[in-house]
Design a protein around this ligand. Structure first.
Ligand code: AMP
Length: 219
């Protein structure tokens, strides 16, 4: 099993970069944010536990997150390649991921830290629109749909995520610097951290990551 992680602040581009990598490799994209939004939509137990935290831009408790990720890994085959997006977000989650992977005689292979200036993070998040039906992401200025408010792919309605309001964004950025940034030194010490400039065009960032990630699968 190979594992890569996309780490970075909200708005750094984890979701769109992950989509680019998924389209050009065998990495299986696991986004805890997407899994939680789906759970909220379906009104499951996990969804009910997570909803309030998500609305406020706070982190969902570690036991809930580790539960859904553990289940996802147990369902998958051992020899697959995983790409985590938005997970881990705390040191506790990172330690538990290490423990889970060690059960499969595996470890985290690379962590890509997506770096972008704060003004760009804000601009990306406030302009983000998402398709209600298929989940495709757009941006009102950078990646506009052909027809305002309508998904190019499936014709679904585009909406603004509840946690993409300005006040919640500020809280999410604060939560990132308080609870997630410590993961940078955790993975740096393990020698697996790679810093990636994600203020560039999406395809350049994707290409740089693929050049490092693809050879991992061959080994
Ligand atoms: P994202 O789509 O990755 O920006 O996640 C949206 C929201 O889901 C976050 O603001 C958190 O409330 C929650 N969330 C997603 N992943 C995690 C995680 N690994 N740990 C805790 N909360 C998470």
């Amino acid at each position: 099993m190979k594992t890569i992680i996309l780490l970075g602040a909200p708005g750094a581009g984890k979701g769109t970069i992950a989509e680019g990598i998924r389209n050009e490799s065998v990495f299986i994209h696991v986004s805890t944010g997407d899994m939680l939004r789906e759970a909220v939509k379906n009104g499951t137990v996990v969804g009910r536990q997570a909803e309030g935290f998500m609305k406020r831009g706070e982190l969902v408790p570690d036991d809930v997150i580790v539960g859904i990720v553990g289940e996802r890994l147990d369902r998958g085959a051992r020899d697959l390649a995983y790409m985590f997006d938005g997970f881990p977000r705390t040191l506790e989650q990172a330690r538990l991921l290490d423990e889970t992977l060690s059960r499969y005689a595996s470890k985290v292979d690379k962590v890509f830290l997506l770096d972008a200036p704060r003004e760009l993070l804000m601009a990306r998040l406030t302009g983000r629109r998402v398709c209600r039906k298929c989940g495709q992401s757009y941006h009102v200025i950078n990646i506009p749909p052909k027809k305002t408010g309508v998904c190019d792919l499936c014709g679904g309605e585009l909406y603004q995520r509840a946690d993409d309001s300005e006040a919640t964004i500020l809280n999410r950025l604060e939560v990132y610097s308080k609870q997630t940034e410590s993961l940078i030194s955790y993975y740096e010490k393990k020698g697996v951290l790679v810093r990636i400039d994600s203020a560039r065009q999406r395809q350049d960032t994707v290409a740089e990551i693929l050049a490092i990630a693809k050879p991992l699968i061959a080994t």
